[in-house]
Design a protein. Structure first.
Ligand SMILES: [Zn+2]
Length: 149
């Protein structure tokens, strides 16, 4: 996800999504989202803080985490636990997502799989387990790192 047009189109969708839920993409939340998008849509909170400090020298970690938390609540950003990164992911809400995380280059591919979601829900019901989260992460090698590309 690069380029001004892609960023602007993401921000328009983000504005619309926030408005739909009665929230607002404040300048600070928007800035964190823009920084994330300018990093190719995925980065660590630490790197985002560094980037933010290049613009606003007094930016604190809590500014970043609060903004990321809000963006995650809006479904605009996901946390990838395996790599401790945050990922702009605004297209789909309420669908189970499988993150395929490359353990060599750290790239993340997102796959939506309805059959897998149903299977996991069934397994959770059987175990009387209440699922809180919409992602599954699996690790391995991406196409280029595995030499297949
Ligand atoms: Zn890779």
């Amino acid at each position: 996800m690069t380029g001004i047009r892609a960023t602007n189109s993401f921000l328009r969708r983000a504005d619309a999504r926030c408005a739909l839920h009665g929230h607002r993409l404040t300048p600070q939340r928007r800035q964190v989202l823009v920084l994330l998008l300018s990093r190719g849509g995925r980065d660590t909170a630490y790197q985002l803080l560094e980037d933010m400090r290049a613009v606003r020298t007094n930016a604190a970690p809590s500014n970043i985490y609060r903004a990321l938390h809000f963006l995650m609540e809006q479904g605009l950003v996901r946390r990838v636990a395996t790599t401790s990164t945050f990922m702009a992911c605004g297209d789909v809400v309420g669908q189970h997502e499988v993150f395929m995380v490359c353990k060599r280059c750290g790239s993340v591919s997102v796959v939506h799989d309805e059959a897998l979601r149903r299977t996991l829900e069934g397994a959770a019901r059987t175990a009387h387990f209440v699922v809180d989260g919409q992602e599954t992460e699996i690790r391995g090698l991406c196409e280029s790192c595995s030499g297949a590309g």
